[in-house]
Design a binder for this molecule. Structure first.
Ligand SMILES: [Zn+2]
Length: 224
């Protein structure tokens, strides 16, 4: 019971901290003046192609009119590029495009570890959920899930932290060619908040899942 209460308290504290961070990030990410300045830049696909060329990335690009944000899909070696109205207008688009381009040139082994561990974690958790529902789970099995989640989180964070910081340098290089380097200074302001918010957004689902497992274990014990 103590573990369950601890997990819920930590989760609530992280949720409140993250809400504050997200507010701050949203405030920094909206700047009408800079949005107007970046209107002169080419479309997202062209920006992506040029940055890819600079980085030596050869992955495919796919435009998506519905995706709220862009993403690099490792096993397809493809960048899904958000093409919504807001992604075309926001001044931070160069930064987010650069972020996905950096992912496409990162160490393949780290990507494989991240991909493999994420799948092992999901598979293990499905088996654990079935065991808990059958009242055959234990705290030790939940601890193993917790451990796999954190090793998986570690690899994910290596990739994300690297992409977040390198994307500022890559964007700066791109913007410098167009005499818009001052926009990259604003990116440097966004980055520390973005990375903190990213940590929270990955830790919280881990804690939520573990809390649910501990809760199921407790319920199983009460009714057995
Ligand atoms: Zn990323």
């Amino acid at each position: 019971m103590a573990i369950f209460i601890l997990l819920v308290v930590v989760m609530l504290a992280l949720y409140l901290l993250n809400a504050k961070l997200l507010k701050e990030t949203q405030r920094l990410a909206s700047d009408e003046e800079l949005d107007k300045v970046t209107e002169s830049l080419p479309d997202n696909e062209e920006i992506c192609t040029e940055i890819q060329k600079d980085l030596g990335s050869k992955c495919k690009i796919e435009l998506d009119d519905k995706a709220k944000s862009s993403a690099y899909i490792f096993f397809l070696n493809k960048i899904i590029l958000s093409n919504t109205e807001s992604s075309k207008k926001n001044y931070s688009r160069v930064l987010f495009i650069a972020h996905e381009c950096v992912h496409s040139v990162q160490d393949r082994l780290t990507h494989q570890m991240n991909f493999g561990l994420a799948n092992i974690k999901n598979l293990y958790d499905i088996i654990l959920l079935v065991l808990l529902l059958l009242r055959k789970g234990s705290l030790e099995l939940i601890m193993i899930s917790f451990l796999i989640s954190f090793v998986s989180f570690y690899y994910r964070m290596i990739l994300e932290a690297d992409a977040v910081y390198r994307s500022v340098m890559v964007s700066r290089k791109y913007l410098k060619k167009r005499d818009l380097e001052y926009i990259a200074d604003k990116y440097e302001e966004i980055v520390p908040k973005t990375i903190q918010s990213m940590y929270f957004s990955y830790i919280m689902p881990i804690l939520a899942r573990q809390s649910a497992f501990v809760f199921l274990l407790l319920v199983g014990r009460v009714f057995s």
